[in-house]
Ligand binder design. Sequence first.
Ligand code: ZN
Length: 227
Amino acid sequence: MPEVLDRPHVSKRTAPPRPHAVPRSCILIFLVAAASVSSVVHAADDLLTLSIPARVHLLQSEKDPALHTTLTEDDVKRVLNKVNSIVWSQAKVHIELESIRKTTAINDTNVTKDATYKWVVASAPKDSLLKNGLNIFYVKDLTDNGFYNNATGLIFVKDTAKLMEVPGGIDEPLPRVTSHEIGHALGLQHRQDLTNLMASKKSGYLLNAEEIGIARKTALEKFSLAK
Ligand SMILES: [Zn+2]
């Protein structure tokens, strides 16, 4: 980056005295640091946007209040807008809303309601699912705010989710929980820094460079996205 080191020529005759001049080495360190930040920004700018189709299911159940969301289509649109504009724009990943559906839960009384959430996964009708895309189910009440089921690729989020607020965090839980579960669907593991997306039960949403790389690679492999 030789151009960074070029500075305007200042004649020794006309230069004002600099009694508190910063040492030249400090200036160079600053300029080199600024140049590397700017090259990272340019690299991110060059990434192509990856669009992943998503079907949002507002799960409905007359028999099980825990599975019956009361979210509206407007709620979903607001939430997905924040998922995209605040969180996943960092990775140039765009969640493309294919449709919002009221999906009636399968009520199987033989499935035990335990912490494995098999009973929740089993409530999703297979013929309602979007192929080659994300399926995001909103429900009413789970022990956790949400989960990603690796075996089926389904995402479940409870509409009563609550988070611990952290500095710079998002202003409501649902976009953060939805984005976090999308992170799992895109191959990300938990990382317990305070203000990042993959920290558990917190309102932060930052992604680091490694996570952006993993998420984009997984998106390309998993959803056969055209480049
Ligand atoms: Zn998680």
